[in-house]
Design a protein around this ligand. Structure first.
Ligand SMILES: [Mg+2]
Length: 195
């Protein structure tokens, strides 16, 4: 039998996405001084694509092109170079390195457009875990692509419709607990008691 898997969400689970956005746009402003960065920051919410329900993702490459006229491919190396001095991970992420020794494979499962997700992953080179970048609900994806997998899905968002063999774990860093009977944790370290 194959090892159980802990699937781990990326944005707001491992990566402080909300800390990136202002720094990202400030950096765009350094590279493209003619751009109206304040307006761009205010309009981030207009550049989300909704796929289904709560599944939406930020179209940063399109927003960047609109604001600066630059293609993301051109800008990416310059943005990475300037942003790589920042650590956008949460302080507790190192714990995922302990999970393989407890018998689990770890995979990053992240929702969003591939270029921007890969960009954020390049800012966190310490994560060497295999990853899936998807644009569909996680439960649907797991049922289709990992039909035999058992384990956990750790996410800062709720994931209705998980396959029965994959336990939903809700990471709520504010300490809220779910009203239904799923595992709720307020830090990644708390998952250890369930492994
Ligand atoms: Mg998330």
């Amino acid at each position: 039998m194959s090892r159980p898997i802990i699937f781990v969400d990326f944005d707001r689970t491992l990566f402080q996405t909300d800390a990136l956005f202002p720094l990202l746009w400030d950096t765009v402003g350094e590279l493209y001084p003619q751009a109206d960065i304040q307006t761009a920051k205010n309009e981030v919410g207009k550049w989300y694509e909704i796929i289904e329900g709560d599944y939406k993702h930020y179209l940063f490459p399109q927003h960047l092109l609109h604001v600066t006229g630059a293609n993301f491919d051109q800008a990416e190396p310059l943005l990475l170079e300037r942003l790589s001095k920042h650590d956008f991970t949460y302080p507790d992420v190192g714990v995922i390195n302990h999970w393989p020794a407890k018998g689990y494979d770890v995979r990053i499962l992240t929702f969003g457009g591939e270029p921007f997700q890969k960009f954020k992953l390049k800012l966190t080179p310490q994560f060497i875990e295999p990853r899936d970048i998807i644009l569909e609900p996680k439960g649907t994806f797991l049922a289709h692509h990992y039909p035999d997998a058992a384990g956990f899905m750790v996410d800062d968002k709720r994931n209705p419709g998980m396959p029965a063999t994959i336990k939903e774990v809700w990471l709520n860093r504010q300490g809220k607990t779910a009203e239904d009977a799923i595992i709720t944790i307020s830090s990644l370290e708390q998952l250890e008691e369930f492994l």
